[in-house]
Design a protein around this ligand. Structure first.
Ligand SMILES: [Fe+2]
Length: 475
């Protein structure tokens, strides 16, 4: 499959994030260095280009006049690096080696302050021996306008699934502020424990508004790994999923608001779990597991101490690891009954964990995630699990799929049958990208001769999942 331009950007951001978490020659960091160089050589060979270049403008990645929405959401570390270097992006030229990448990641991870000028940054790159990476001059507002114009004149899209910023503007804004709320609250847990509940509520409402506009494209949220702060992205995605299902269930607006807030705050207690346990790639030992499993109670306690009284918000934080058959944690009185709202957040929590990319695991397609969840009888409230599956279908909006005639498409809406979504074709049967005006919309529930052959999202794991026991490790 054609290597995507965006994947390379996300890989660079991941390298910086991994370098922040681990040391310089850690196998994870070295693996990304090698992977990037290999993919870069492959992509340049395919496209017969000799450089890989992308811009950074107003805190977003930009390429050929288009904002790259997904990478901009999850590639904050690389955007910050560009901003600290006072540049408008990076140009990678051949020959570039894994050693060059290692230096790039180290600089990206360690350079926390903004330099005084582009010249200073260029001198720093030269002094570090990074001649294969060039710093672009910053964009100006005028460039921005001409970039937009350039887009309309473009005839093709050779990077696969990327979107005009306008397509996802409400989503991006919402994601950013949701993300910042969760991040700020997490940070507070390492300080004075004062969390901003009003802000979380306001953002919960914003999420509902985005969902009202039909722009809550969940798979766009899940498409890229956010290695450095996956518990934050996770909370935002769980909130988004929960809102979609609550809407489909016809729950009241008020209840939707509470669920959005509860989703955003459900994993708050993880802010108190040490990072070496939170990010540990392998299985936890008994002590580590005990600390990890304390996060629901810790979260609920912090919420209470901040004056939170809403039963849904509190029970979601406390009870999102409780099983429907009474198992799970924390241990609970036998008469305790979970609310449907807390059960809904539990279902969305596990689904998100299975389908998203984590530092230690790849993504899983929704169908496989459903299979695992259905098999674990007693884990979920059946009504809530059924509602999730009904709401998202087998190919949630934003999924990229291969059609049975060889064309590639992106799912825009769920169809009347779970396996027959409405799609927009992005590539012809030869893998050639189609310009936006030439991308046909097909309702697969109306096209009997065509079906989805394969689910193509980034970071998918082709191997079989480890099984149900691994579930609790992931959430
Ligand atoms: Fe949790």
């Amino acid at each position: 499959m054609q290597q995507r331009f965006s994947d390379l950007i996300v890989l660079l951001a991941s390298g910086i994030n991994q370098r922040r978490m681990y040391f310089n020659n850690h196998p994870k960091v070295l693996a990304i260095c090698g992977e990037f160089v290999e993919k870069l050589i492959f992509m340049l060979g395919q496209s017969e280009k000799d450089e890989f270049a992308f811009g950074v403008f107003s805190s977003k990645f930009i390429h050929k006049g288009k904002y790259l929405v997904g990478p901009s959401i999850v590639g904050r570390s690389l955007i910050e690096f560009a901003e600290n270097m006072c540049c408008g992006g990076f140009i990678f030229r051949q020959p570039i080696t894994p050693e060059d990448l290692s230096v790039f990641f180290r600089l990206g991870a360690e350079q926390k302050d903004k330099l005084s000028s582009l010249e200073e940054a260029k001198a720093l790159f030269v002094s570090m021996g990074l001649e294969g990476v060039e710093l672009r001059a910053p964009f100006t507002d005028k460039d921005e306008t001409s970039h937009s114009n350039a887009q309309s004149a473009e005839t093709g899209n050779d990077e696969g699934l990327e979107f005009m910023a306008s397509d996802f503007a409400p989503l991006m804004q919402a994601y950013q502020s949701l993300y910042e709320t969760v991040a700020a609250n997490n940070l507070a847990l390492n300080g004075d424990n004062r969390i901003d509940l009003a802000q979380a509520r306001a953002n919960g409402e914003k999420l509902i508004e985005v969902a009202d506009q039909g722009a809550l494209d969940v798979m766009q949220f899940m498409r890229y790994p956010d290695f450095d702060s996956y518990t934050i992205g996770h909370s935002v995605r769980v909130a988004a999923l929960s809102v979609l299902v609550a809407k489909a269930l016809g729950w009241s607006r008020e209840l939707q608001n509470e669920i959005a807030t509860a989703g955003l705050l459900h994993d708050l207690g993880k802010g108190k779990v040490p990072e070496d346990i939170l990010f540990k790639p392998g299985l936890l030992n008994d002590d580590e597991r005990r600390i990890m499993e304390s996060h629901p109670a810790l979260g609920a306690r912090v919420l209470l101490s901040n004056g939170e009284t809403n039963p849904i918000v509190l029970s979601a934080a406390w009870g999102h690891h409780l099983r429907d058959d009474g198992g799970g944690y924390p241990s609970m009185p036998s008469l305790f009954k979970r609310s449907s709202a807390a059960s809904l957040i539990h279902v969305c929590d596990v689904f998100e964990a299975l389908t998203a990319v984590r530092p230690y695991k790849k993504a899983m397609c929704p169908r496989k995630a459903y299979e695992i969840m259905i098999k674990d009888k007693g884990m979920f409230q059946p009504r809530m699990l059924a509602a999730l599956i009904r709401t998202l279908g087998l190919y949630p909006p934003g999924s990229e799929v291969l059609l049975s005639d060889g064309r590639r498409a992106v799912v825009v809406a769920k169809g009347s049958a779970p396996d027959r979504p409405h799609v927009r074709v992005t590539h012809d049967e030869f893998g050639e990208p189609l310009a936006r005006p030439d991308q046909p919309a097909i309702e697969l529930d109306q096209a009997s001769n065509l079906e989805v052959d394969e689910f193509l999202n980034v970071g998918l794991d082709a191997e079989e999942p480890d099984g149900v026991e691994a579930l609790t490790e992931m959430v």
